[in-house]
Design a protein around this ligand. Structure first.
Ligand code: NAP
Length: 269
């Protein structure tokens, strides 16, 4: 089969591309800079820039499926992009978010809506938070052996990007996923304090959690969206959803956060 991958150099897309190549599938990837893409040599690189599909839509032609990442918070241009590529492939797997169902104003909901109306066969991947989000603490951990952050008791079901990619590859290559909205999570919800502890274990040293107030974080980190703070606050009393979708689809449990931390420990060193 032939696949067109958008977001190929991203956290999830890179794993999607390498897993497709390992399976012997043919892959074309949209890249902004072919010289720095660092994708496997078997991949055909298609230079282009979102959201304008005019420059590359014809290169989607002949693909059996498209893996779609919409890397913007805005919904502007999403419908045009989806329409432009839908004429060239019948199946699309869109990397959305678990929050899409609760946030009709979000770009995730807008892209889902456009995809539903433009493609015959679509699958939405709706992950909760990515384990890789904890890399936002890497500088603090390197510098202070500590994380100063808000809502230490907020419990998240962080998912390993490799699990999202595994499901994406199945949805791109196997039958049975059309019309599905797969809510993808890690195997359990663990608090942010526990996440920091797991990173410490992976590093072989003890890390401190320093609880700060939302106003302090706002002062220290201008530009942090208030929706992010509200979401973390809600997980203190109401932990993030946990599903068994990864296990149901792959016949193995989702990777625990501790494993992600172990495999990415160097990024915190
Ligand atoms: N982080 C989370 O907790 C979370 C949770 C649920 C859903 N999501 C969703 O997951 C998606 C992000 O996936 P990801 O983390 O795998 O991606 P990522 O690591 O943020 O990478 C973004 C990808 O999009 C490409 N890209 C960015 N701007 C582009 C442009 N103007 N034209 C062409 N390509 C462009 C990047 O290419 P370059 O290499 O050229 O930059 C890269 O391949 C987002 O839609 C996000 O909302 C995230």
């Amino acid at each position: 089969m032939r696949h067109f991958v958008i977001g190929a150099t991203g956290k999830v897309g890179r794993h999607v591309v390498s897993a497709l190549v390992e399976r012997g599938e043919s892959v074309r990837a949209l890249v902004r800079d072919p010289d720095t893409a660092g994708l496997p040599p078997q991949v055909e690189l298609v230079p282009g820039e979102l959201p304008h599909a005019a420059g590359f839509a014809n290169r989607v032609s002949g693909s059996d499926s498209v893996f779609l990442v919409w890397p913007f918070l805005t919904r502007r241009g999403a419908e045009e992009l989806v329409q432009a590529i839908s004429g060239h492939a019948s199946r699309v797997v869109y990397l959305s978010a678990e929050a899409a169902s609760r946030r009709p104003e979000s770009s995730w909901a807008a892209v889902e809506h456009a995809v539903e109306h433009s493609f015959d066969e679509w699958t939405f991947l709706r992950p909760t938070g990515f384990a890789a989000n904890t890399l936002m603490w890497a500088d603090q951990i390197r510098r202070d052996n500590a994380v100063r952050w808000v809502y230490g008791e907020a419990a998240r079901s962080l998912i390993d990007q490799r699990d999202i990619a595994d499901i994406a590859v199945r949805a791109l290559t196997e039958p049975g996923h059309a019309g599905q909205r797969h809510v993808l999570t890690g195997p359990e919800a663990i608090t942010q304090i526990e996440q920091v502890r797991a990173i410490g274990t992976a590093l072989g040293r003890e890390l401190r959690w320093e609880e700060i107030q939302p106003d302090q974080l706002r002062d220290e980190l201008t530009g942090i969206p208030s929706s992010a703070l509200e979401t973390w606050a809600s997980f203190v009393h109401d932990p993030e959803i946990v599903t068994q979708t990864v296990r149901e689809i792959t016949d193995r449990p989702a990777r625990p956060f501790a494993q992600w931390a172990h495999d990415h420990a160097d990024k915190f060193r």
